[in-house]
Design a protein around this ligand. Structure first.
Ligand code: GLA
Length: 707
């Protein structure tokens, strides 16, 4: 709901539990009033009527209060917007009117458009500085507020040095703590928390992709627990370089800026008639602790971000750890038969099926099947897979090229490079310059042809190195390559999805190097991490779940001892229960699994299919975080609840503690689907459920149904 004051200078957006208000002063300063629990328009107006802060030497009257601080004038905070023309730098704007949704035009001082309804209505506040129009967009979806900015130029060239999507202003409180998800390859999404001290804390990526090092998300609280207390969170929807800066200002206020690009050295240049809209920087407030915040983020993504989120993802098999680069039609067909026998629904041939790709040294760029390995192309294998009752998927890495490829030999200038400088290789590959239209057309043509050449249902889209020599010889404003690469990637995915509506896409970047709300709005799931060790995964999944739902979190059961990473041995039970917390997959060499293992695997896959709607579409409760002893998550959907519990290690023979469940009806009774035992809701909530887990790396699935 959107309410606007009589004089059209105070705006209040309201979600089911959240309120957000801004106010325009007589001097056209846009002041942030409120973000938190619901308030009334009268409350917002009372906030707007509060006197300005007292004058203090060496301080700005605006700092910490402005909704979107621009560069220039009496401000010392980090600007969200920094622009320059040939003549000058900075912005001095005046209010130019507001609109609600398309058409519903308002104007400064217009009659009150009280209560302009609609959860999806978008509020746009428009400002002008000579030829530049700056429009701030607001859209409340559930309790998540989506914000972004459009910059439109109709004057002389303007260079956008920095154009953040939003600045979030938190209320004045003491003792803010900052929570973030940091990581590295094979160690993504690890949750870390620390007190926020004065100054700026900056996270981001200057790598051209979202990066393994940080998910573009922060959360702040002062005293929240998993299920109680206020939590503020912000998440960016951008799959290129990005930056989120959390500033603890001198007067105890906190402001969070976020947007595309890592530094302030230039994003884009807008000529007359050109415009750019930033990615979305979404903000969520919850007073139900970190668990409540996660559930609200998940509900928002399932409703508004993830395509077809009400359709459950199939159980997949992926060939990577089973066969690495050593693949052939026959051998994949043998794996497919075994996969079908254990109940797999989607068979994915990973790397190694195309061009001269027999190792990571050659072939990227040549997206036609390797005829030594697949003499009749992919269709014969795809047909066999379909005949076995499974969908068929392939791996691609379209944005890259190996120097040893036909594509590179034909077009050495299609990569990002600086003239006269070395072309840095990582994993023997270079990055294509997707900002170029000829590259975009080539990729569209190749991928469209590929998807038309065989019945392909699924594409794992990888990105296995960072930008290094991001030059574009001949382009007068080469910096734009960073933004244009991402826009071109999005456009290509959109175009392919439109032309091949039956094909699902997975975002992968050496595991979890490209996970953000932007890529998530055009892919069906993400590859969480190349780390398939089931114990390490628990911590990665714990961090991932702070923001993203199980519905997109791909997780595979691979071989034991773990081949790719650490050689750790673990039971099939532990591996399955770990991977069943997300979108289950199997990635081991099934031709080496014993009959007993295959039989057991089939039982786990069956069980997963049964609990899948609860896991993929239910509400998540993190019962105990991973870290040494017992950890557990619970999913609740309607009358069904599923608990997945893992014991890392038992000491002194002490029994694992009982798990206090959440999200249940205390007045109802619940039947355990495995033992037939009946438990009272209140008892499960207050006294918990014994798991009986013992020893090292034990795990269990507990299914409960309300009776
Ligand atoms: C990346 C992915 C892996 C696999 C390989 C193939 O590392 O994360 O899952 O697809 O590429 O080369």
């Amino acid at each position: 709901m959107l309410e606007i004051s009589d004089r059209g200078r105070t705006w209040l957006l309201t979600g089911p539990t959240v309120g957000y208000a801004v106010h325009l002063t007589e001097d056209d300063e846009l002041i942030h009033l409120h973000w938190g629990a619901r308030i009334t328009l009268a409350d917002a107006e009372a906030l707007a009527a509060r006197p300005d802060p007292a004058y203090r030497p060496f301080e700005s009257q605006l700092d910490g209060r402005e909704e979107y601080p621009v560069e220039g004038g009496p401000r010392f905070v980090r600007p969200a917007l920094s622009v320059r023309t040939e003549e000058r730098r900075g912005t001095e704007w005046h209010f130019d009117g507001y609109e609600v949704d398309e058409g519903a035009e308002g104007a400064e001082g217009a009659e009150g458009a009280e209560g302009a309804e609609g959860e999806d209505g978008e509020l746009r506040l428009r400002f002008r500085d000579d030829g530049l129009t700056v429009t701030l967009h607001y859209r409340m979806r559930h309790d998540v507020l989506e914000r972004r900015v459009t910059l439109a130029n109709d004057g002389p060239d303007v260079e956008l040095l920095r154009a953040d999507s939003a600045t979030w202003t938190l209320p004045q409180r003491e003792g803010w703590r900052l929570h973030q998800l940091h990581g590295a390859w094979a160690a993504e999404s690890l949750l870390t928390s620390a007190p926020l001290t004065y100054g700026d804390k900056v996270i981001g990526s200057r790598r051209g992709h979202t990066g393994h090092q940080h998910l573009p998300w922060v959360a702040l609280d002062t005293d929240a627990t998993e299920e109680r207390g206020e939590v503020y969170g912000c998440a960016l929807g951008w799959s290129g370089s990005w930056r989120i800066a959390v500033a603890h200002l001198p007067d105890a206020r906190v402001q969070i800026n976020g947007g595309a690009g890592y530094d302030d050295s230039g994003l884009l240049r807008l000529a007359a008639g050109e415009s750019w809209t930033t990615p979305v920087f979404a903000g969520l407030w919850s007073d139900e602790g970190f668990g409540g915040a996660s559930r609200a983020w998940h509900a928002y993504q399932r409703a508004y971000v993830i395509p077809d989120a009400d359709r459950d993802r199939p159980v997949l098999f992926n060939s990577w750890e089973a066969s690495y680069f050593d693949i052939s039609e026959q051998q994949q067909a043998a794996l497919a038969r075994r996969a079908a026998a254990i109940g797999i629904e989607l068979f994915v041939v990973d790397d190694g099926w195309f061009g001269a790709r027999t190792s990571d040294r050659a072939g990227l760029g040549d997206w036609t099947p390797n005829t030594d390995r697949f003499p009749g192309g992919l269709k014969p294998l795809a047909d066999q897979v379909h005949a076995l009752g499974m969908q068929f998927g392939i791996w691609v890495e379209p944005e890259m090229v190996n120097p040893d490829s036909d594509l590179y030999r034909a077009h050495p200038d299609w990569v990002q490079f600086q003239p006269g400088r070395a072309r840095t290789e990582f994993r023997n590959q270079l990055v294509l310059n997707l900002a170029r239209e000829d590259v975009q057309e080539y990729l569209w043509e190749r991928l469209d042809t590929l998807l038309s050449s065989a019945p392909i249902d699924y594409v794992k889209w990888d990105f296995n190195r960072c930008f290094t020599d991001a030059g574009w010889p001949g382009e007068p404003y080469p910096q734009r390559l960073w933004v244009d690469h991402v826009s071109a990637l999005y456009a290509l995915l959109d175009r392919l999805r439109e032309a091949h509506p039956g094909v699902a896409f997975e975002s992968c970047s050496g595991g979890g190097g490209r996970i953000d709300l932007g890529i998530m709005s055009r892919t069906d799931q993400v590859w969480t991490s190349d780390n398939t060790d089931p114990l390490d995964r628990l911590a990665i999944q714990h961090g991932f779940s702070q923001l993203h739902p199980a519905r997109v979190m791909a997780a595979w059961v691979t071989d034991s001892p773990n081949t790719q990473l650490n050689g750790r041995a673990s039971s099939l039970r532990f591996r399955f229960v770990s991977a069943m917390a997300g979108v289950l997959g199997v990635g081991g060499d099934l031709t080496e699994w014993s009959e007993e293992e295959l039989t057991e695997a089939a039982e786990w896959v069956d069980l997963y299919k049964e609990i899948r709607p609860v896991v993929q579409r239910g509400d998540l409760y993190r019962l105990r975080p991973p870290g040494g002893g017992l950890s557990a998550v619970q999913y609740v959907r309607g009358d069904e609840a599923v608990v997945l519990a893992w014991l890392q290690s038992q000491s002194y023979g002490n029994p694992a503690p009982a798990l206090r469940l959440r999200g249940l009806d205390p007045t109802a009774s619940y039947e355990c689907r495995d033992t037939g035992e009946v438990h009272r809701g209140a008892v499960l909530l207050h006294h918990g459920l014994a798991t009986g887990l013992r020893g090292d790396l034990d795990a269990k699935v507990i299914r409960l149904r309300r009776i």
